[in-house]
Design a protein around this ligand. Structure first.
Ligand SMILES: NC(=O)c1ccc[n+]([C@@H]2O[C@H](COP(=O)([O-])OP(=O)(O)OC[C@H]3O[C@@H](n4cnc5c(N)ncnc54)[C@H](O)[C@@H]3O)[C@@H](O)[C@H]2O)c1
Ligand SMILES: [Zn+2]
Ligand SMILES: [Zn+2]
Length: 351
């Protein structure tokens, strides 16, 4: 079958790979119908996140139809249309019982194989899904596929970033980084009743989308973002900062725009060897810093139900829809933000 494989930094290719098969009784195999490229794939693509084996199939955002089920699978059936969270979980361990499915004792991330161990990705014609009963959710009726796909990562990560920050009604919120995650964090903060939401980036079309989502856009390439937030918050800074970038410069900016006693919620994935902030910097502003892989598996059922209300304007997040065979172009466009690229959907060959 065809799959998007990682060869080396800035080199991905659609190539012929081995068919996935049922390996454990709790596995299913899904015929992929729609996948997407995530900002997390870019860390690997750019060579910033290292350790992935060359030849690994990339991708962790997908939906499709179940075509094979293992002997122990009870809830998921052949023919079901399902959406997956970006990592699988057992649903029964200490962490799953507490809703932290992203740290499940049996967690595996799609598209991460290191030294021969791990789970192949979802930018492929077919995908093996372990722990299928606890991980997969049925596609809801009435929600467009591209929008439902967002529940498995982008929407969940953005909304949970706002929830984990404890956004209260009327809070001022600054969102750093207006990729799909930051844009969903804007929507999540507004859903929780935030007051002013300041959306900071330098990419015009992303700033436009943030404004469409009700945020105050701040172009950090044209103005001093810290001064702009302070000027609108009585000189104090924002109550909550959501750092959806994953770069040390953004950690520093988050610290600068947060008010004393505020919260920094950081879904951004960091690969630098040292934390960009010092303990003293957090101490001196009495800040709470919350980071980590989002437990979207636990949140997916309620997020899919939320999507059924149909009042979240998520379709504009997608700028490109390409065949799997053109995935390399999709990575380059998304990486360089060319052609107003905000998010790329990938479709398998049509037969
Ligand atoms: N925690 C999780 O579970 C989880 C899940 C998915 C994605 N992520 C991470 O979230 C981050 C965002 O993902 P995405 O898909 O939106 O990526 P993206 O690359 O599309 O967006 C990043 C945005 O940040 C902007 N940016 C860069 N430096 C900045 C700075 N110093 N200040 C403000 N903005 C800056 C860029 O212009 C870009 O628009 C990535 O680090 C990704 O790995 C985390
Ligand atoms: Zn993702
Ligand atoms: Zn578990």
């Amino acid at each position: 079958m065809q799959a998007v494989t990682f060869l080396a930094p800035y080199r991905v290719a659609c190539a012929e790979v081995a068919e996935p098969r049922l390996e454990l009784p709790t596995d299913v195999v899904v015929q992929m119908e729609l996948a997407a490229i995530c900002g997390s794939d870019l860390h690997v693509y750019r060579g910033v996140e290292v350790g992935l084996d060359a030849g690994t199939t990339l991708g962790h955002e997908f939906l499709g139809r179940v075509i094979a089920v293992g002997a122990a699978v009870q809830r998921v059936r052949v023919g079901d249309r399902v959406v997956a969270p970006f990592s699988v979980h057992c649903g029964a361990c200490f962490f799953c019982q507490r809703g932290l499915t992203s740290r499940c004792e049996q967690s595996q991330l799609f598209g991460w194989v290191a030294q021969g161990r791990g789970l192949q990705g979802a930018q492929a014609e077919r995908v093996r899904v372990p722990l299928a009963d606890s991980s997969l959710a049925p596609l809801p009726v009435g929600v467009p596929d591209a929008v439902a796909l967002l529940a498995g990562d982008v929407l969940g990560t953005g909304f949970l970033a706002a929830e984990h920050a404890g956004v209260q009604r009327g809070d001022t919120v600054a969102v750093l980084g207006l990729g799909p995650i930051g844009l969903c964090a804007v929507l999540g903060a507004r859903d929780l009743g935030a007051g002013a939401v300041f959306a900071i980036d330098s990419v015009p079309e992303r700033l436009e989308l943030a404004a469409r989502y009700g945020a105050v856009p701040i172009d950090r390439s044209a103005q001093d973002a810290v001064a702009a937030v302070r000027a609108r918050t009585g000189g104090r800074g924002a109550d909550v900062v959501i750092e959806a970038v994953g770069h040390p410069d953004a950690s520093v900016l988050a610290w600068q725009v947060a008010r004393c006693g505020g919260v920094i919620s950081a879904p951004g994935v960091h690969n630098e060897p040292q934390f960009a902030l010092t303990p003293g910097q957090l101490y001196d502003k009495n800040l709470c810093y919350r980071a980590g892989r989002a437990p979207v598996g636990a949140a997916m059922p309620r997020l899919l139900a939320r999507l059924q209300r149909g009042d979240l304007d998520l379709a504009p997040l997608f700028s490109h829809r390409l065949p799997l065979a053109a995935a390399a172009d999709g990575y380059a466009l998304f990486d360089q933000k060319k052609a107003r690229c905000t998010k790329v959907l990938l479709e398998p060959r049509r037969s």
